[in-house]
Design a protein around this ligand. Sequence first.
Ligand SMILES: [Zn+2]
Length: 113
Amino acid sequence: MLLIHCPYCGEDRSELEFRGAGDAHIARPTNMADISDAEFEAFFFLRQNPKGIIYERWRHIHGCGRFFNAVRDTVSDRFIKTYKAGEPKPDINAAPATDAKVETYEALEGDAR
Ligand SMILES: [Zn+2]
């Protein structure tokens, strides 16, 4: 099972406690009433969906209930960093490399034998 770090609770918790909430750092137009339908479509629906590093919003729905942002690799499904909503997009190149293995229930069961 995937563990996700909630930056508000300060703990790694089961993925079952969280819900994804789409892309992070999407700027809402300040002139919403004046934009065209095509501009609204681009803001509301169109996303890059790249292979690799993405910035997402997540909510600790069965915990503190708060929204936060995460940097995740879509190839490995590894969460590289989580940070509080409102904080700037982190420079992931400046973050120290981590080789921490993803804990799984299968791994924990294996350790218990
Ligand atoms: Zn939390």
